[in-house]
Design a protein around this ligand. Sequence first.
Ligand code: AMP
Length: 426
Amino acid sequence: MKIQSIRGMQNLLPAQTRRWRWVERVIAGVFDGYGYEQVRMPMLESVDLFKRSVGDATDIVEKEMYVFEDRGGDRVALRPEGTAGCVRLAEEEGLLFNQQQRLWYTGPMFRYERPQKGRYRQFDQIGAEVFGLPGPDVDAELLVLTAEIWRALGVDDAVRLEINSMGSPEARAAYRGRLVGYLEPFRDELDEDSQRRLETNPLRILDSKVPRTQEIVAAAPRLADALDEASRTHFDAVQRLLDQAGVDFEVNHNIVRGLDYYTGLVFEWTTDALGSQGAVCGGGRYDGLVEQLGGKPTPGIGFAIGVDRAVLLCEARQAFPAAVDRRALFYVMPRAADTAAAMQTARQLRAAFPGEGVLLHLGGGKFDKRIKRGLATGALGAVITDEADGTVEFRPFSEGDRIECPVAALVPLLRQRFSQLTELSE
Ligand code: AMP
C-alpha cells in the first residue's frame, strides 16, 4: 500500500504556493509599514508552556495538542498557537523588562481537530504580539493594522470586526461565580460539552452553538454588566479610537475566546464567504500572561490570522492580481537548437525585469511543441532567439502584434509594451 499524507495535513502545489506567497508578502508589507519586527519561534515547545498559558481546561490543551515524549524523555508539544511561544521567547531573550516590543511571526500550528475545508490539523498563522503597552492606543493600533491587512488583500468588504471586553481577572472571577449559579439549575438541559465546562471553563458556554444552550444563555447575567470600572473605561476608549480611525466594528458580548489567558479586550474578524469556518482572525489582551509564565508583570496584546483561510477568502473574492497566477512573464526559446543564445537573452530579461519569472525552454523538441509548452505557463509571450542572424522575436500568447528586432532592441521594446507591468506584479 502507498503511504499517504496524514489526515488534516495539506500538500500545497505550485499554483497554490504562488497565492500563499502573495498573501504572506502583502501581510509582511503591512507589518513593515507599522514598524513591527519579525521573530521566529520553534515549532516544538515544552507541554507545560501551553498548559500554563493556553490553559489546562481548554479544548486546545485537553483534546487537540500533539504531545509526545522525545528521545530524551522530555514531554514536548507541537505548538497549537503562537502567543505562548512568543511570550516565552521574549522573556527568555530579555525583551520584556521595561521595554516595548511590537513583534510578528508566521508559521505552522498544529491542532488535532476534525478536518474539513478551512480547518486543518496543520495550518499556518500570521500573528502579532505587543508587549509593554497597557493603554487603549495599542489595542486600537492592532485593530487598525488588521483592517489595513484586509484592505491590502482586497477583501475588506468581506470581513467584519466584533469586539468585547473580558474585564479584569477579579471581575471575571466574580462573574464566573454568578454565571455558574445561574446555569446550575439548567445543568441537565445543557449540551454535554457545556455540562463539562460548567466545572472547567464556564465562560465558554456563552459562545456555544447548540440551540437549547443558546436559549438558556440568552437570559444569563451578562459579562458586560460585570465589568470593572478600569476595563469599562479602557473598552470605551478603544471604541472611540476605532471610530476616529474609521474602522467599523460591532460589540458582541458573547465573544469570550477559547483560551484562558485573555483579559480586557478580545476580538474576532469573521467572514460569511467561507461557510462554517468563518473566523479569519482572533486576538485580545493578556495582561497576566507574562507573569503567569514566570516573568515580571508585563501588559501584552496580540492576534493571529489564519493564513489558510485568508488565502481561501482571497480566492472566494477573486482578490489575486493576475500576475500571481502567472508562472513566468516570458518564455524564452531558441528558434532552432542553439540554447546558448536563448540562455543569454533570458539572463538579460531577468536583469531588466527583476522579480519577474523568465522561463528558459529546456529539453529540445519540435518548434510547435515548444510554443505549446510556453503557452501552458501562462506567460505573456514567447521570446524566440535566432542565433543565425542575431535577431529575436517576441510572439505574444494573447492579443498584440509580434515584435521582430535585433537582440539589443528587445528590452526597450518590451518595456514600452508592458509599461504597466509593475502594477500587475504587485
Ligand atoms: P485561534 O488561535 O483559535 O484564535 O485562531 C486564530 C485563527 O487561526 C482563526 O481565526 C482561524 O483563521 C485560524 N485557525 C484556527 N484553527 C484553525 C484550523 N484548525 N485550521 C485552519 N485555520 C485555523
